[in-house]
Design a binder for this molecule. Structure first.
Ligand code: ZN
Length: 238
C-alpha cells in the first residue's frame, strides 16, 4: 500500500471530516505560510511565529492543521482500532486515559480507544467550530482563556499519538506510514515546546524517549531513565 494514498489531500480517508480554512482570510494565508515553510523541510523553523503576526492567530491556524493531521493519521489505523482490539484507551500498560469533557461528562469514564478518540475528536471539532473560542471573523477577539483551551486541546491530541505509537505502530510500519507518522509527531512536538502547550511533563512521559530521540534533545537516555517518567503513570483524564 502506498502512503501517498493517505495523503492525497481532501480525498484522503480521515476519521472526522477535514476542517478547512476559508480562502481569502488571514488564517488561510498563515496556513499557506506554514505549509510553505514545512515544504522547505525545516520543522523547527516551521513552528516559529512569523514576524509581525498575531500569536493567537498562529495558534488557531496550527491547531486546525494539527487536528487535520492527527485525524488523517488515526484514519489510517481506525479500522484496526476496534472495541475488541483496543478495549481501553491506553499508551501501553502503564498509561490509561479516562474521558471527561468537563461539561457533558464531568466524572471521568473508562472507554475503549475508538470511543475515546471519537469523543476527543468530536470535542475538538466542536471547539474549532465555536466562533466564541476560535473566531474567524475579522475583528472578533479571542476569548481570554484561549491559550488554556489550546493547551487542553494539545494535551489531549497528544494521547492519540501515544495510542498510535503504543498500539498501532506495527500496522503503521507495515503500511509504510511510519516515516510520515514520525515527521508529523516531530512537527507536533516542536510546536508544543515552542509555545509550552503541554507544561506537565508527566503528560509527555509515555513518549518522552521517542521525543528526545526525534528532536535530538539530549544524548541517549541512561538505562533507567524510564523510571522517573513512569512515576506519573496513568496520566488520567482532564
Ligand atoms: Zn487502538
Amino acid at each position: 500500500m502506498n502512503i501517498g494514498k493517505f495523503l492525497a489531500g481532501d480525498k484522503a480517508k480521515t476519521f472526522k471530516p477535514k476542517k478547512s480554512h476559508r480562502v481569502g482570510t488571514k488564517r488561510y494565508d498563515l496556513h499557506k505560510h506554514a505549509q510553505a515553510t514545512l515544504g522547505a523541510g525545516n520543522l523547527r523553523d516551521a513552528v516559529t511565529l512569523p514576524e509581525g503576526e498575531d500569536e493567537h492567530e498562529w495558534l488557531a491556524v496550527n491547531t486546525v492543521d494539527f487536528f487535520n493531521e492527527i485525524n488523517l493519521l488515526y484514519g489510517i489505523v481506525a479500522e484496526f482500532c476496534t472495541e475488541q482490539a483496543c478495549p481501553v484507551m491506553c499508551a501501553g500498560p502503564k498509561y490509561e486515559y479516562m474521558w471527561a469533557d468537563g461539561v457533558q461528562i464531568r466524572k471521568p469514564i473508562a472507554v475503549s480507544a475508538p470511543r475515546y478518540v471519537d469523543y476527543l475528536m468530536t470535542w475538538v471539532q466542536n471547539l474549532l467550530d465555536d466562533e466564541k473560542v476560535f473566531p474567524t471573523q475579522l475583528g472578533v477577539p479571542f476569548p481570554p482563556d484561549f491559550f488554556e483551551r489550546v493547551q487542553n486541546i494539545f494535551k489531549r491530541l497528544f494521547r492519540v499519538y501515544a495510542h498510535i505509537y503504543y498500539c498501532h505502530f506495527e500496522k503503521m510500519t507495515s503500511l509504510g506510514a511510519e516515516p510520515h507518522l514520525n515527521t508529523c509527531f516531530k512537527h507536533y512536538m516542536y510546536f508544543v515546546y515552542e509555545f509550552n502547550l503541554i507544561p506537565k511533563r508527566e503528560e509527555l512521559a509515555p513518549l518522552q524517549e521517542l521525543i528526545d530521540k526525534l528532536l535530538d534533545k539530549r544524548p541517549a537516555a541512561p538505562p533507567d531513565a524510564g523510571a522517573s517518567a513512569s512515576a506519573g503513570a496513568s496520566a488520567g483524564e482532564g
